[in-house]
Design a protein around this ligand. Structure first.
Ligand code: AMP
Ligand code: MG
Length: 500
């Protein structure tokens, strides 16, 4: 059996300077047990196979810290629901270190719920089982949908109870990210006028995430590396949010500490996939004013990156007005990239490899019709795949799962005409739509069912089943039809909670 200390853990972020983090060991728990370990991800991360089980569980629970690991908690600030909070940080997350994956990229391995840190404020540093399972399910579902996301390496129960509204079983989540550096990390130093630290952080992020892209942008002699960095992050955010929108995902808490500069989705707290298509849909119980409603997400993304611009301004140019010009220019690309990417994704969902004004109009009409009809977002698009399927196709949704109502007939006719006008064969369109319209998304009512069964009965069967089905979201099979179905009115989840 292989031991954990055979793994090379690096800590480049820790070496960036002591102002960025605090040394922090996880606090042990009573009786850890493994819920799930993501072997496929472990392999991608070059972690040795066949790690000693007992050692593995103890490390994932924070009960054992091998000699080669120097854990830290990182500091940041944020705009939370628009209000400035100058002092935040990993209050219940501990970064074990970084590993180099098979793709030669650097990945953070972080324990979430591993005990208090200097940034815990009034919090206990712990996580309840429910949010841990939710984050595991969402991370892996998003990854399978091809959306940039932090990943789930493992979940363990702690054997301890945590006090929330009631006493709940505790758990620890092992999260993997290309890095956990947030827009709020930049804001922390910028707000303190610590320009040297902003510069060190920016150089680090360029080196870690955007080396080639920044070099390419600097082919233009007027572009400095920090404006280039801003441009890269702007693009990553615009593309990410376009993907969220195309799939009906509502993040729910797009505070600037929950936006990673690497462009991965992070913090699956009160998030949800829409069932019925309602453009201004809000799930989060704490989002009383609908700041993070589905339809607001693109604008909020733009607002968030403007805070990164603010932090980088002093580095862009000594001349303040020149720096402002550069920042404005970089920020202006946000909406352009978002629109372009979003319309491209929507075109693909309809079977068009290329976007055109006619295709965009068609997708806008479909969304309007869906809103009017109160249709299920995911299944309406998925049902389109069946309209193009040949007679021999066996993976079509059965009528009890979903059927397009007659109200869609005129739209379907227009769609078929436009496909023909663009010389797109049904088989070609079918091929594309099958890869762009999932049959399985993490339905809120299934997540709740998985959490309830685990919390009330220590039974993880639904959780495992859900994770397994969601690993292949585009491959519909009738035997899993229950996971594809929209909720009945009784099953429908109306609100999601942070659950911290
Ligand atoms: P989140 O809403 O999960 O992004 O958390 C916002 C802030 O609260 C972050 O700085 C977290 O580290 C902190 N936090 C959330 N839950 C806890 C907890 N149980 N104990 C300590 N800090 C927490
Ligand atoms: Mg957070």
């Amino acid at each position: 059996m292989t031991a954990f200390n055979a793994i090379t853990f690096e800590n480049s972020y820790r070496q960036l300077g002591e102002q960025f983090s605090s040394e922090q060991r996880p606090a042990p728990v009573s009786a850890p047990e493994l819920i799930r370990f993501n072997g496929a991800l472990a392999e991608q991360l070059n972690l040795p196979m066949g790690l000693n089980h007992l050692e593995l569980v103890n490390v994932l629970a924070g009960n054992m810290v091998p000699d080669n690991i120097s854990p830290i908690a990182t500091v940041y600030a944020a705009h939370q629901f628009g209000s400035w909070n100058p002092q935040l940080g990993d209050g219940r997350a501990i970064l074990l270190g970084e590993v180099i994956g098979k793709d030669n990229k650097r990945y953070d391995i972080q324990l979430k719920g591993a005990g208090q840190t200097p940034y815990s404020r009034m919090g206990d540093g712990r996580s309840a089982l429910g949010p841990v399972l939710r984050e595991y399910i969402l991370c892996e579902a998003m990854a399978a949908l091809g959306i940039p996301t932090t990943r789930a390496l493992a979940a363990v129960t702690s054997g301890d109870q945590v006090a929330r509204e009631t006493m709940l079983p505790g758990a620890i989540f092992t999260r993997v990210a290309q890095s956990h550096i947030r827009i709020g990390t930049f804001q922390f130093f910028s707000a303190r006028d610590d320009i040297e630290s902003v510069k060190a952080l920016a150089d680090y992020v360029i080196d870690r995430h955007y080396q080639d892209a920044v070099k390419a942008l600097q082919m233009n002699p007027d572009t400095d590396s920090y404006t280039a960095l801003l441009t890269c992050v702007v693009e990553a955010q615009a593309r990410l949010i376009a993907q969220w929108m195309s799939i009906g995902f509502i993040h729910g808490v797009m505070n600037t500490d929950n936006m990673l500069v690497c462009g991965e989705t992070v913090d699956y707290g009160p998030c949800a996939f829409m069932d019925q298509y309602i453009p201004n849909k809000v799930f989060s119980s704490i989002d009383q004013h609908g700041r993070y409603a589905y339809s607001n997400q693109p604008d909020i993304g733009g607002w968030n990156v403007s805070w990164l611009a603010q932090a980088l301004l002093p580095l862009m140019d000594e001349d303040e007005s020149k720096a402002l010009e550069k920042a404005k220019h970089a920020l202006a690309t946000y909406s352009e990239i978002f629109e372009q990417h979003y319309h491209q994704l929507m075109a693909e969902k309809l079977g068009f490899a290329e976007v055109s004004p006619e295709v965009t109009e068609l997708s806008v009409e479909l969304l309007a019709l869906m809103a009017e009809q109160g249709s299920d977002y995911t299944l309406t698009f998925r049902a389109l795949t069946d309209e193009l399927a040949s007679e021999a196709e066996t993976h079509v949704l059965s009528d009890d799962v979903y059927r397009l109502s007659d109200a869609f007939q005129p739209w379907l006719a227009d769609w078929q005409v436009l496909l023909k006008e663009n010389n797109i064969k049904a088989a070609t369109a079918h091929n594309l739509v099958l890869r762009k319209n999932p049959a399985f998304i993490p339905r809120n009512h299934w997540i709740e069912a998985a959490i309830k069964q685990a919390t009330d009965h220590q039974d993880f069967a639904v959780f495992h089943q859900l994770v397994d089905v969601l690993a292949k979201p585009f491959e519909y099979s009738q035997k899993n039809s229950a996971f594809a179905m929209a909720p009945t009115p009784e099953q429908e989840v109306l609100h999601t909670f942070c659950g911290t």
